[in-house]
Design a protein around this ligand. Structure first.
Ligand code: FAD
Length: 313
């Protein structure tokens, strides 16, 4: 209940333009802005530096140039070009070739065709340079169309692309079976948006139980799945299931978000597991940042302390 209310509250705030303008001015300021805990920077070189540091400590990375729900074809074109530039910069920077993106950033809110054309341009550029592209999953108005676009790309023989399923959605178990049958790579997450009870589990025990059921299905029938969570109980359940079935650590990976449970990221790496860190960057960081606050309201204490200490300087 508290979790649902807190999410709803932060989703409401995420749409507030005044707050966004204020946060954008101060959040990434200097080396100590309060958003830097979760956002690697506003520029590509900053993100590449952050990725290099993570890789030096044995972690893998996926870079996400933040942006979503663009309102005009020109903005979708801008985001697409930016991604093409990010691909070139990553290749030149010599870091791991793996990016994540959102279809509404490429124009899905405007129309399907625009986003498909833009995605295809990115997948072509990515394939030419041996990149893997993960299509993030957004809120439920986009679930079916995102999976549909993914499957269309798959039928057109794109193989350098993967998809995301959210365990809070009641439909995801069936989607997991469909994706396994295709041979597609799935990232499993709990889900970061506010969804109605008709289509989504609301309580943590239900969301977690669904996660474990889908995790087992992905590990036993899937194709190099990514178990994306910071939840120690679910990570332990994943390790136990894999050990019991003789599934080796090379057959799947864990994923976590930049700046969250770095202790756990390091511990799993030490234990011989691959951990990929999702490295978000760019100027459009506010909605992503608000989702992280909504997941764990204790993070607000951290933001307030940062702002106060800056104010004293
Ligand atoms: C690599 C990656 C990619 C993702 N991609 C998507 C996507 O495409 N679509 C989507 O809807 N969601 C995505 N998410 C977000 C996901 O849906 C969850 O909202 C988020 O991961 C928090 O859930 P959790 O599994 O960590 O479990 P929770 O039960 O929320 O948290 C478990 C523990 O993790 C820690 N923790 C979790 N969140 C935070 C936080 N914000 N700050 C500090 N500590 C925290 C706390 O210790 C908490 O007790 C992604 C997550 C990851 C890790």
């Amino acid at each position: 209940m508290v979790r649902t209310v807190s999410r709803a509250f932060f989703h409401l705030l995420a749409g507030n333009q005044t707050l966004k303008a204020l946060a954008s001015r101060y959040g990434m300021r200097g080396g100590t802005g309060f958003a830097r805990r979760f956002i690697a920077g506003e520029s590509v070189p900053e993100a590449i530096d952050a990725a290099r540091t993570l890789q030096a400590s044995g972690l893998s990375v996926t870079l996400d140039y933040l942006g979503e729900a663009v309102g005009t074809p020109a903005e979708a074109e801008g985001a697409t070009r930016a991604y093409l530039g990010v691909i070139d910069a990553i290749a030149a920077g010599g870091i791991e070739r793996n990016v994540s993106l959102k279809l509404t950033q490429l124009g899905l809110t405007i129309d399907r065709a625009t986003s498909v054309d833009n995605l295809r341009r990115i997948l072509d550029a990515a394939a030419a340079k041996q990149f893997f592209v993960r299509v993030d999953m957004e809120d439920s108005p986009y679930t079916a169309v995102t999976l549909d676009i993914f499957e269309t790309m798959w039928q057109q023989d794109y193989r350098n692309v993967g998809v995301v399923l959210q365990s809070y959605l009641r439909r995801s178990e069936a989607d997991a079976s469909r994706m396994n049958a295709l041979g597609a790579r799935v990232r499993l997450v709990k889900g970061a948006y506010q969804e109605p009870k008709e289509i989504a589990y609301q309580s943590k025990p239900e969301v977690d139980a669904s996660f474990v059921r889908i995790m087992e299905r992905l590990l036993s029938e899937g194709h190099y799945p990514a178990i994306a969570t910071h939840d120690p109980a679910i990570i332990a359940a994943t390790r136990a299931f894999a050990a019991e079935r003789g599934i080796t650590a090379g057959a799947y990976e864990f994923q976590m978000l930049y700046g969250i449970r770095r202790d756990l990221q390091a511990a799993l790496t030490r234990d011989g597991f691959r951990v990929r860190v999702y490295v978000p960057f760019g100027r459009e960081w506010f909605p992503y940042f608000m989702r992280r606050l909504g997941e764990r309201p204790a993070n607000i204490g951290f933001v307030i302390r940062s702002v106060l200490s800056e104010a004293r300087e």
